[in-house]
Design a protein. Structure first.
Length: 432
């Protein structure tokens, strides 16, 4: 698959009358409800058929936005950081947003972080964060993953049953990230709770986000006084000075971005391998099938379904929609991956993802997930799945597949539980 040429897209920035921010009519699709976590692909197909590649949506609280569900249009948006920067300060809805809006931690607000800056300021943060990520030794990371995975499996392997999401898929990435970031191991469980809570956007989201900032601030202060061989210390050693707030914001960004999507990548991949006969060989130790399942998940069941966001720098047109300056565009990663325009030459028996990774699951363009961060996530997820299948080769679901429940979020797609049974085995004595 090749990325589409920008000339394929009906998109211009000229001759569009200026005016008020977009006010969607009653046809706007509410960005909430069970269909986003029961059958999102069917919902995206209906959106595409009824609204085209750019869909007027309404966020909780009645705030308007655009959801980009077309592959070509999403490529255009992510390839043009000048017209569609990730600059939340541009949002034309700020006068209406209450301080306790549950999605505020997800959408963000202006702050000196790699995730919430644009242009030269964003590149300044990248110059500090990316080399620190690149310094993570992949072999040492894999050893750490194996050690922690064995420890977690030791906690349930003798009883013959487990809940893979809460017992394994969620704690594994946060404990590994805590280790490489420099957090004390005992803070791992609380880190997992705060990051999951604010990402889900519920009533406790704001409180959890504040606690997350406190933990990251404590880590940064500790490492300034006593640096170690960890990612936070390497960030602090960057020759260009950053403020304490900037360091804390970037530690938060790296840790949060690496946690729940990786946990869901593990959970969704294990679910696929336990429910699809094509991957049955992996349960007997077929390592190649693990990579295939993980890649298929990124195409068909990506953990990050919708990403906030981009904001229009000026009035423009995208496909058949007029976009006003300051409008929020939500990146429909899961919807774009399933766009029939990039699958029209694929047979019904051959998955569109076979042999390529041109999906949007890590976003694209200047604001994509940094390549070394993608590698870290893949090592954690793949090692976690391989160790699980090596230790518990006859693992199987303990409930019918159709009863499995997804996280109630339009933005993130992961399992709330994945109960399994297996033949009890002895612990290997791994230690954290």
């Amino acid at each position: 698959m090749t990325l589409p040429n920008s000339g394929d897209i009906a998109f211009t920035g000229d001759s569009i009358p200026s005016g008020c921010p977009v006010q969607h009519d009653s046809g706007a699709v509410p960005l909430s409800g069970p269909r986003f976590h029961t059958d999102p692909q069917q919902l995206y197909r209906e959106m595409r058929r009824e609204h085209g590649p750019i869909v007027a949506v309404e966020l909780p609280g009645g705030f308007p936005a655009w959801l980009v569900v077309g592959y070509r249009e999403l490529h255009q948006v992510t390839s043009d950081p000048d017209l569609f920067p990730r600059d939340v300060g541009l949002w034309n809805q700020w006068p209406n947003i209450p301080e306790d809006w549950p999605l505020l931690p997800m959408v963000g607000h202006p702050m000196p972080s790699i995730y919430f800056t644009a242009g030269a300021e964003h590149r300044r943060h990248v110059s500090m964060v990316e080399p620190a990520l690149e310094s993570v030794d992949p072999f040492e990371l894999r050893r750490t993953c194996e050690e922690i995975a064995d420890r977690l499996i030791d906690g349930f392997c003798g009883r013959g049953t487990a809940e893979i999401v809460t017992d394994y898929a969620e704690p594994l990435p946060v404990l590994v990230l805590a280790r490489i970031m420099g957090f004390p191991d005992e803070e791992g469980p609380e880190l997992a709770w705060v990051m999951k809570t604010f990402t889900d956007g519920g009533a406790d989201a704001q409180q959890a986000h504040l606690r997350f900032a406190e933990l990251c601030g404590k880590l940064m202060a500790t490492k300034k006084g006593m640096p170690g061989h960890d990612l936070t210390s390497r960030m602090l050693a960057h020759p260009e000075p950053f403020t304490d707030q900037e360091y804390v914001m970037d530690v938060m960004a790296v840790t949060a971005a690496g946690y729940l999507p990786t946990a869901d990548w593990i959970g969704n991949s294990v679910r696929l391998m336990l429910t699809d006969d094509r991957f049955a060989a992996a349960l007997g130790g077929g390592r190649r099938s693990v990579g295939q399942a993980m890649n298929e998940v990124l195409w068909e069941d990506t953990p990050t379904q919708i990403l906030a966001g981009r904001w229009a720098a000026r009035d423009t047109r995208l496909a058949d929609k007029i976009i006003r300056a300051g409008d929020l565009l939500l990146l429909g990663l899961g919807a774009a991956n399933a766009d029939p325009h990039v699958r029209q030459h694929v047979s019904s028996t051959e998955p569109a993802h076979s042999g390529n990774s041109a999906h949007f699951s890590f976003s694209y363009g200047e604001y994509r997930c940094p390549f070394p961060a993608q590698q870290i996530a893949e090592i954690i997820a793949r090692t976690g799945i391989e160790v699980l299948l090596d230790r518990l080769p006859d693992i199987d679901l303990s409930v019918p597949a159709q009863t499995l429940v997804r996280r109630p979020s339009a933005f993130l797609r992961g399992m709330t539980s994945l109960p399994v049974v297996f033949t009890p085995v002895r612990a290997v004595g791994g230690t954290l």
